[in-house]
Every structure is written in structure tokens, then in C-alpha cells.
Design a protein around this ligand. Structure first.
Ligand SMILES: Nc1ncnc2c1ncn2[C@@H]1O[C@H](COP(=O)(O)OP(=O)(O)OP(=O)(O)O)[C@@H](O)[C@H]1O
Ligand SMILES: [Mg+2]
Length: 510
């Protein structure tokens, strides 16, 4: 064993009833290294790490810390051993300040807040965070909340940090900042485990990659010897082709016409400024932009969730044009605008955790009347289709959604929306938290919808995917449309330019 080994797992096994989540796993976590834990959705990553953070106990197997066997029976035990985990769902109290949250649950909780602030400041300076200890959680962005979780773990003296898909909710810029912090921690000789599905991130930040497949440990490789293709093949267990088909639909006509859409937030800031475009049948319209350029407001406006200051949104139904401005979200959904939106809290957004896939499919049809189910399939049939198409890891369509892995919950959420086949399908960050294989399955399903004549609007983060998947790309910059370009002929550079400057490219606009 190497001397810098902090944690060693030997033959760890964990089952939930008949599900074998971890099957005889061996893993070594070293100090001064960033280890990525990679595997398809449901392959057992979170479960394995939860045994280090004291949330679950293994059925069998051994855990060693610095060469000595240890038992981790609770999160408290884990902290005592210097192990801290940042979960995907944060455990912060909204009405407390950052500092209050950081010391929450500590024995000497009544300690002098001045001293706490000093220590927080010291941690922040050391690793390059930016935290205001007096700020309340409810005033914070997702990435600030995540920072508090990390500082909380460091405050407790953790030397082994586990981060479960921290970048799923971050913008590329925030991700870069997080990686800078992780590199500082590595220099400080901490051991870091990072779970992410984004292979570009794995290749950019890690020293080693450990791969799980269907609960089994496949192996650990040096990142410098790995490629996106080699990692995918190891993860999936066979050679995978990563390629998106882009067929042309031959009956394209306008389905939704947006004109002069302007919205203003609570503080009077203009979030969408005179936005005009059309969404067409048989077409995927991509929406690109730096995070916070108005993507969220656009989707919420189109689905009736955001108050509209001026402008019109027309839904074209044969010879009739229906004005959507002023209608409720429910009415808009019934007219046929579906939204496969990926929220921060998957269970909070339209899924009932205690119900299975079928129950959740039914939920949608009850809520919205029958109009959504154009294909007339029963909820059970839809559940089976989503199960198959997206290879949802679940023992049955009745298995409670809450017990599925994060990515599999996501598959149910997005799959349900796609399977209900609305004439207009809006999706935002549809592949967040999904493994690469499933991401491609989603791209194919979106293309399938397009070829059924749906107008698909796809808000995405990865330019490469936008360029391969979409027919046209609308670029937002500061709430304005800076261009609408043909995805087949445009370049990444052109889009990058449009993302940072309105009217950045001549002839870019439609
Ligand atoms: N509390 C639980 N009860 C029953 N089954 C569970 C429970 N927790 C996890 N599982 C099952 O264990 C398997 C592994 O889940 P885990 O959450 O570890 O996967 P993961 O690799 O983290 O996936 P993802 O990338 O989607 O987050 C899945 O089949 C999941 O349904
Ligand atoms: Mg997980």
C-alpha cells in the first residue's frame, strides 16, 4: 500500500432488499490527490460514499483509515475521522446566517460568533472561497450555498472530502472556481473524491479515476492515460459510439411566435428585453447563453410562470392563433406546451417520491386532463417506455421513485415529459446528473419528438451538444437575443462571440 493512502475500502458490499448496490468493492483514496468516482446512473457511487460519511453501514467488508480498521456508524463518527461529505441536496437552515449554519450541531455551539467568523475567514483565505459569514442562506445562490457546505466540512477539520455531483448545479464559471479550490485543497495534502458525470471535468481536474459498473468495482486508472472514449467504454462495459443524428423534418411550419417579449423582475431589473423568435414544428431550437442571461425567465414566461410586462406569445393551432400571455400555467399546459425542466430539487418538482414510475406518470395525466396523451398510451405503458428507452435502474415500475439513484429520478422526470409528447416541448438542462450514455439516449428521444412534428426548445450548457443536436440556435446575451443562427453552419467561436456581445456577428440574426 502507498504511504499516502488515507482510506482503503476492502470487499465492501451493500444491499437494499434484493438490490445489490455495492458488490465487493475495493477502493483506495490517497492524500494529495483528486480521485473521480465514475459510473452510470445507479452504479452505486453515492451508496459507497455514504458508507464513508456514516449514513449507511456496509453489510460486509472493511474500511481502513491510515492503515487502521475503523467502524463508521454515524456522520459524527465520520467527522471524528476527518471525513466530510458534501451531498447533492444541501442540509442548510434557510433563516440562519452562513456562520450559524457552519457551526450547527457542533458541541460547543454557543461559541463566540466573532471567533467563528475569524476561523471562517481564515479557511476562506486559505482555499480561495468568498463567503460573507453574516449573510442568510435564503439570500444565497446555489453555488454560494454549496460553498457554505464545503466550508462547514472544512471547519470540522475534514481531511478527506467527498463531493457528490457538486458541478451539476453550477455554471461553467462557478465550476472553474470550485476546481481552483479543490486544487488548493490537494496542495494542502487533503484527499478528495469527486463524483461527476461530465467527462471533460474528470479529465481536467482529477489525478485518478475509479470506475464502478452496476455495483461492481472495475478499476482505477491514471487520468493522464485516459480519454473520454476509454472512460465511457470502461463505464458501460462495451464500446459506445458517442454521436448524435440530426435528421431533417420536411413539414416545418411555425408553432409558436414570440414577439417583443419583455419581463422585469421584483427589483425592476429587465430580464428579457424585446425578445422575438419562432419555434417551428419538426425542429430543435437551441438556446445558448452565459448562465443568467435570461434563459430561466424565458422558459418561465413561455410556461406562464413569470409575469410578462409586454409582448406576445402565440401558439399556432392549425388556422387559429392562441395568445398565451395572461393564461395560467395549467391552461398553457393544456393547450400543449410541455416542460421537461430540471430543477435543483428533483423530488420537489412534480414527482411524488413514495410512488413508482406508473403512479408518477398517472399524476401528470390527471393533472392535465387527457389532452396531453396524444399517443393514448396508458400510464403503465408510458412508464414501461421510459423504463426501456432510458434504461432506468429500478426493480419495477412500482418501486418508489425516492429510493432510486439521483440520475434515475431525473430520467423519470424528463422521460415523462418527453413521452407525453406535447406539441411544444421545452427542456432545460435535461441531461444534468445523467451519465453520458443516458444523455445520448435523451438527445435521441428529443430528435424522435422533433421527427414526430413537435417544436422542441432545448436550453443547454454544452456548446458541442447544441451544435450537434439543434437545427437553429438562439443566443441570449443580457436578456436580449443577440442572434439566431443555423446550427449546421455556425461555429463554436461564433456562438461564443454572440454570447458575450449583442449583435456580435453580422448576418448572425435571422
Ligand atoms: N435507500 C435505498 N433503498 C433502496 N434502494 C436504494 C437505496 N439507495 C440506493 N438504492 C439503489 O442502489 C443502487 C445504487 O444507487 P446509488 O444512488 O448509489 O447510484 P449512483 O451511482 O449514485 O447513481 P447516480 O449517478 O444516478 O446518482 C440503485 O439501484 C438504487 O436504486
Ligand atoms: Mg448518486
Amino acid at each position: 500500500m502507498q504511504t499516502n493512502c488515507a482510506i482503503e475500502l476492502r470487499n465492501i458490499r451493500k444491499t437494499f432488499g434484493s438490490i445489490v448496490a455495492n458488490d465487493e468493492i475495493n477502493l483506495q483514496i490517497n492524500r494529495g490527490e483528486i480521485l473521480c468516482l465514475l459510473g452510470e446512473n445507479g452504479s452505486g457511487k453515492t451508496t459507497l460514499m455514504n458508507m464513508l460519511s456514516g449514513i449507511y453501514q456496509p453489510d460486509s467488508g472493511e474500511i481502513f483509515k491510515d492503515g487502521e480498521q475503523v467502524a463508521i456508524r454515524s456522520p459524527k463518527d465520520a467527522y471524528a475521522l476527518g471525513i466530510g461529505m458534501i451531498h447533492q441536496h444541501y442540509h442548510l437552515v434557510d433563516v440562519f446566517t452562513a456562520a450559524q449554519n457552519i457551526i450547527l450541531g457542533l458541541e460547543n455551539e454557543k461559541m463566540d460568533l466573532g471567533a467563528v467568523n475569524d476561523k471562517v475567514k481564515e479557511i476562506c483565505e486559505r482555499y480561495g472561497f468568498n463567503v460573507d459569514p453574516k449573510k442568510k442562506i435564503y439570500d444565497m445562490s446555489v453555488s454560494q450555498k454549496q460553498t457554505i457546505e464545503i466550508v462547514k466540512v472544512l471547519y470540522r477539520g475534514s481531511e478527506i472530502l467527498i463531493l457528490d455531483e457538486p458541478t451539476a448545479v453550477l455554471t461553467p464559471q462557478e465550476t472553474e472556481k470550485l476546481f481552483a479550490v479543490l486544487r488548493n485543497m490537494k496542495k494542502d495534502n487533503k484527499a478528495i473524491v469527486l463524483i461527476t458525470h461530465k467527462l471533460a471535468e474528470v479529465l481536467a481536474v482529477s489525478d485518478k479515476v475509479a470506475i464502478l459498473r452496476k455495483g461492481k468495482y472495475i478499476g482505477t486508472v491514471e487520468t493522464k492515460d485516459a480519454t473520454a472514449q476509454s472512460l465511457t467504454d470502461m463505464m458501460v462495459g462495451r464500446a459506445v459510439t458517442l454521436n448524435i443524428d440530426r435528421p431533417i423534418y420536411d413539414n416545418v411550419f411555425d408553432k409558436m411566435i414570440i414577439e417583443g417579449l419583455t419581463v422585469v423582475d421584483n427589483e425592476g431589473i429587465t430580464k428579457l428585453d424585446n425578445v422575438s423568435f419562432t419555434a417551428k414544428t419538426g425542429e430543435i431550437l437551441g438556446v445558448a447563453g452565459i448562465a443568467g442571461s435570461g434563459q430561466r425567465e424565458l422558459l418561465e414566461s413561455l410556461t406562464g410562470l413569470y409575469p410578462i410586462k409586454s409582448g406576445s406569445i402565440k401558439f399556432i393551432d392549425g388556422p387559429t392563433q392562441i395568445e398565451l400571455v395572461g393564461k395560467t400555467p395549467m391552461q398553457i399546459r393544456q393547450i400543449g406546451v410541455g416542460m421537461g425542466f430540471v430543477p435543483e430539487d428533483r423530488l420537489g418538482m412534480g414527482l411524488v417520491g413514495s410512488m413508482g414510475m406508473t403512479g408518477n406518470m398517472m399524476l401528470r395525466s390527471w393533472k392535465n386532463g387527457k389532452s396531453i396523451f396524444f399517443n393514448k398510451k396508458t400510464p403503465e405503458g408510458l412508464a414501461k417506455k421510459v423504463w426501456q428507452d432510458l434504461e432506468v435502474v429500478t426493480p419495477s415500475t412500482d418501486f418508489p421513485v425516492r429510493r432510486m439513484s439521483g440520475g434515475n429520478i431525473q430520467k423519470v422526470l424528463v422521460g415523462r415529459e418527453i413521452a407525453s409528447r406535447p406539441p411544444v416541448l421545452l427542456t432545460a438542462y435535461a441531461v444534468r446528473g445523467l451519465d453520458i450514455n443516458t444523455s445520448y439516449a435523451i438527445y435521441n428521444l428529443l430528435t424522435e419528438q422533433k421527427m414526430h412534428g413537435s417544436a422542441v426548445i432545448y436550453v443547454g450548457e454544452e456548446l458541442d451538444v447544441l451544435l450537434q443536436l439543434c437545427d437553429r440556435i438562439l443566443v441570449l446575451c443580457g436578456g436580449k437575443v443577440s442572434g439566431i443562427v443555423d446550427a449546421r453552419t455556425t461555429t463554436k467561436e461564433q456562438i461564443g462571440l454572440l454570447m458575450t456581445s449583442v449583435g456580435g456577428s453580422e448576418g448572425g440574426a435571422e
